[in-house]
Design a protein around this ligand. Structure first.
Ligand SMILES: Cc1cc2nc3c(=O)[nH]c(=O)nc-3n(C[C@H](O)[C@H](O)[C@H](O)COP(=O)(O)O)c2cc1C
Length: 345
């Protein structure tokens, strides 16, 4: 199947997925492009000015790239549950040197500067934009496409794929629940069904005719072959790049990924109030059951605690985002990882 990405002249069908919160860097996106792949800058969490600086950084090198944004799809948190959850974090706060009384003092329900980021992408259009968490309005999709941008929507089910097709996007990023980090589901109140990626790609292709990028748990050349054989035009990988030279992954996160004793991943709302897959640690053990629904409020609640834990090198209290293929993440240049995986094409 031809795809709107063909115009970018990519040589590798293995793309570098966006990873907000530090792992994705300009260097990682540039390394992917130089290897003949395509990387996505992670526009989530950061202010529009920081995203603009990153875009200028990759554009300055004359390389193709994508930009990923969190589309608003807030799940307002229950105030009582929020306060209860904040209290349950007191011991964790103390152990990283924070005053527990400061956690959850304010309840933040923001939209991650959505309008300003869209304005930025319309003022100086980029080759590809992808969305996760929510589905933008059709007029936003149309404006980006009119500006010459290829628009990609993350979906986790055939129903979401149909909704994305109706909104007018060019392509889908089909994300299986094996994926590391947040699920892009449009209904985060429901945990994503554990459907294997190849099966999910088949189901989505049965529902809509848009070209598909497959993601979630891909960590070997054979898995790349499987996804392409299922009809995907490309795959996207995140977790296998977390230990790459160019990634901005924190030291305790890198150490946890390299630790053979950490085998298990879990899907948890404990860090952000939205389902995400992470390596199991003490925080997920103690808080997964009690964490309320509520992104972005819970993300902002635990943010100071997680930052302090990173600074303290405490891998038991941070979100160790990882997909099921985490054991294959290696400490080497991103180009080598992407090229090796693409041998499975
Ligand atoms: C650390 C981390 C951060 C992520 N951040 C984002 C993000 O900002 N936007 C997004 O659309 N997906 C994000 N994801 C999901 C990836 O884009 C991709 O769907 C996923 O990594 C694919 O599964 P894999 O990790 O098993 O390769 C993130 C994944 C990880 C591991």
């Amino acid at each position: 199947m031809t795809s709107p990405l063909d115009a970018l002249g990519l040589e590798l069908p293995v793309l570098a997925a966006p990873m907000a919160g530090g792992p994705t860097t300009v260097a990682l996106v540039a390394a992917a492009a130089r290897a003949g792949s395509l990387g996505f800058l992670a526009g989530g969490y950061k202010p529009p000015s920081a995203l603009a600086a990153e875009i200028a950084g990759v554009r300055g090198e004359g390389l193709p790239f994508g930009v990923n944004l969190f589309a608003p799809n807030p799940v307002p948190v229950d105030r009582e549950a929020f306060a209860r959850y904040a209290r349950s974090l007191a011991e964790d706060a103390r152990s990283v040197g924070l005053d527990p009384a400061t956690l959850g003092e304010t309840l933040v329900e923001d939209d991650d500067d959505w309008s300003a980021k869209i304005a930025l992408l319309l003022a100086a259009p980029v080759p590809v934009v992808s969305f996760t968490f929510g589905l933008p309005e059709a007029r936003v999709v149309a404006a980006l496409r009119d500006a010459g941008t290829v628009v990609v929507q993350t979906v986790t089910s055939p129903a979401e794929a149909r909704a994305a097709a109706e909104a007018g996007v060019d392509m889908l990023a089909v994300q299986a629940s094996a994926a590391g980090g947040h699920s892009g589901t449009l209904t985060p109140q429901v945990l994503p069904e554990p459907v294997p990626l190849v099966e999910l790609v088949g189901r989505v292709r049965g529902a809509v005719s848009l070209p598909v990028i497959a993601a979630g748990g891909i960590a070997t050349p054979d898995a790349v072959t499987g996804a392409l054989d299922a009809g995907a035009v490309a795959v996207a990988v995140g977790t296998v790049l977390l230990r790459s030279d160019e990634a901005g992954t924190s030291a305790p996160h890198r150490a946890a990924l390299a630790d053979p004793a950490r085998q298990e991943t879990v899907v948890t709302r404990a860090f952000t109030g939205r389902p995400a897959r992470a390596l199991r640690n003490s925080f997920t053990d103690r808080h997964t059951a009690g964490a309320p629904d509520g992104y972005p409020a819970v993300h902002h609640l635990t943010g100071p605690l997680r930052r302090a834990a990173v600074a303290a090198g405490d891998g038991e209290r941070i979100n160790l985002w990882a997909g099921t293929g985490h054991a294959h993440a290696t400490d080497e240049p991103a180009a080598r990882i992407l090229t090796r995986l693409a041998q499975g094409r």
